[in-house]
Design a protein around this ligand. Structure first.
Ligand code: 5GP
Length: 187
């Protein structure tokens, strides 16, 4: 009798600025059938973002309610806004036997590992420290103290790599997306 293969929850995380959302966007273009959890956030939508697509945009009170009712699998505050993963949709997909992907920050990844130890934590790392500095400083329009703060935060975030099951180095979006799909056993 074949052993039942239970699809796992895969969490993609990593330092801010490393390119997580670009990797996920590419992966979904190639494999639109892969289900990605839609988070709730108190952040205001950016131009082009739609409710229920990129995020469920909620107010502070509504977010409080989601937390109080235990409806979030994890949640965290990031850069002044709250973000959380609705629990039910994730559970339904896993029960239906489908692989599930979360793209969340490091604090959230730690909470998922705690509550669902079976989950697979994937760390997206920059090709090098210099490359991350280049990405974080962007076009050089930010004040030096802001850049310093972001770089200090990035150092702490990079040290989290050892808490993860796997590291993927973001050398090419296509390669990382392919590696991620392989880890999820989609291809
Ligand atoms: P952004 O505001 O740029 O869309 O996202 C900011 C950060 O929040 C990113 O690092 C993203 O991965 C993270 N994030 C998005 N959704 C969630 C979530 O549901 N939970 C947690 N913990 N982080 C999230």
């Amino acid at each position: 009798m074949a052993a039942e293969v239970r699809p796992r929850l895969t969490v993609l995380s990593g330092p801010s600025g490393v390119g997580k959302s670009t990797v996920v966007a590419h992966m979904r273009k190639v494999h639109p059938e892969v289900w990605l959890s839609v988070s709730a956030t108190t952040r205001k939508p950016r131009p082009g973002e739609r409710h229920g697509v990129q995020y469920f945009f909620v107010g502070d009170e509504e977010f409080d309610k989601l937390v109080a009712n235990g409806e979030l699998l994890e949640w965290a505050e990031f850069a002044g806004n709250r973000y959380g993963t609705p629990r039910r949709a994730v559970q339904e997909r896993l029960e239906a036997g489908e692989p599930v992907l979360l793209e969340i920050d490091l604090q959230g990844a730690r909470q998922v590992k705690e509550s669902m130890p079976d989950s697979q934590l994937v760390f997206l790392a920059p090709p090098s420290w210099d490359e991350l500095v280049r990405r974080l400083t962007g076009r050089g329009t930010e004040a030096p103290d802001v850049i310093e703060r972001r770089l200090a935060a990035a150092k702490v975030e990079l040290a989290a790599e050892r808490e993860f099951d796997t590291t993927l180095v973001n050398t090419s979006v296509e390669d990382v997306a392919r590696e991620l799909l392989a880890l999820m056993e989609v291809v």
